[in-house]
Design a protein around this ligand. Structure first.
Ligand SMILES: Cc1ncc(COP(=O)(O)O)c(C=O)c1O
Length: 364
């Protein structure tokens, strides 16, 4: 059995309807902005239950613009977990603010609360928890740690469409939530795409202008801004995927349960520790092995099962971030983790087959 990590073509639902809708957009010359994007923003606000959504060109821009909108003090510090996609940290540097990397916990790989407590100081202006792999960061505890201090929160929800804490969608606990619609995300577009959500009208107004050269209407520029708009054709697919998303989550949950049931008794393999009040979007199913990770990956490859590593390095290991402090849980983490195939297009049979192979590897 040949099992790919993802098949982006297969993940596009109802292609006939989509091509029909795209054709309509082309016929009506509706390619940038307009009703299509207004509808996307309304529907996405409903999807996460946030007051406002601003569609942007990608998840990296969403982070950069979100930080800019907060108008944080010069030379202040932003705390970011070290296990995340490079954009979360790069967006801080792009805004000329000081990047402070924080350790992650080994239960779900989100920001480590005890290290966060140590990293917060008078210069801290913002924290960017990342809901990595679709696992919600512990937002209620983070807010408790912040207490009455004037520290803003931007939630990086790039991997967490459909992740909830106590029934509330991630991205709505802090000041701003940012999302990515990169094609391999749970709700992935035809190309790059992103969104910012907030309940704050001032932030909404700033971001709406900033992503369009400082203008809302044609030629009504109030400041410089930049071009970071979501294309209409892409919005069209994202909206279609949103409609079908509850089925997608259900399928991903079924497959994650199979992994859990089959792999939980393997001594040298660590799984997520799920929280009772969290709902997960199962963007990645990541296992951890203190040794033999590369051997397991090669074994699976020989058996035609594709796996990936998210991520092979922690951000403190990238020399250009120039971050010298030690992060104990992150130490060698990139050499221990392995992402197993999981998507709505994988069958129960395929995931059972992957489990069988992993058990075989450990019984050798
Ligand atoms: C955690 C995280 N943040 C930010 C991004 C950036 O999103 P984009 O690729 O749409 O710029 C990604 C995308 O991989 C991500 O996984």
């Amino acid at each position: 059995m040949n099992i790919n990590f993802t098949n982006l073509y297969k993940l596009i639902p109802n292609k006939k309807l989509l091509f029909y809708k795209i054709n309509n957009l082309l016929r009506n010359n509706q390619l940038v902005g307009g009703k299509e994007i207004d509808n996307f923003q309304k529907e996405f606000s409903r999807f996460v239950n946030s007051k406002f959504t601003i569609a942007v060109a990608n998840g990296t821009d969403a982070l950069e613009i979100a930080i800019k909108s907060l108008k944080l003090k010069k030379n202040s510090e932003i705390i970011v977990p070290a296990n995340t996609w490079i954009s979360t940290a790069a967006a801080v540097v792009a805004n000329d603010l000081k990047l402070i990397l924080c350790d992650v916990n080994l239960d779900d790989y989100t920001i480590c609360l005890s290290d966060l407590k140590k990293k917060i100081n008078k210069k801290t202006s913002c924290i960017i928890p990342v809901h990595l792999y679709g696992n919600p960061a512990h937002m209620l505890s983070i807010k408790k740690i912040i207490g009455k201090r004037n520290i803003k929160i931007i939630e990086d929800c790039a991997q967490a469409q459909g992740s909830f804490i106590n029934g509330r969608h991630v991205g709505t606990f802090g000041d701003i939530g940012t999302f990515s619609f990169f094609p391999s995300k749970n709700i992935g577009g035809i190309g790059d795409g992103g969104a910012i959500v907030t309940k704050n009208k001032k932030i909404f107004d700033f971001c709406s202008r900033y992503r369009n050269h400082g203008a809302i209407q044609k030629y009504d520029h109030k400041f410089i801004g930049r071009n970071s708009r979501l294309d209409c054709i892409n919005s069209c697919l994202i909206r279609e995927k949103m409609k079908k998303y509850s089925q997608v989550l259900k399928k991903r949950k079924t497959l994650a349960k199979i992994y859990h049931k089959n792999l939980k008794l393997i001594k040298n393999l660590k799984l997520y520790n799920y929280q009772k009040n969290f709902s997960y979007s199962y963007h990645q199913f990541v296992i951890r092995l203190d040794r033999d990770r590369d051997e397991l990956q090669s074994f699976l490859k020989k058996k035609n099962v594709e796996t990936m590593i998210h991520y092979p390095y922690m951000l403190n290991e990238l020399s250009f971030f120039n971050y010298k402090k030690k992060l104990s849980n992150c130490n060698m983490l990139g050499k221990k983790i392995l992402s197993l195939p999981i998507s709505e297009e994988h069958s129960v049979k395929e995931i059972n087959h992957v489990c069988k192979l992993i058990k075989l590897f450990f019984n050798k």
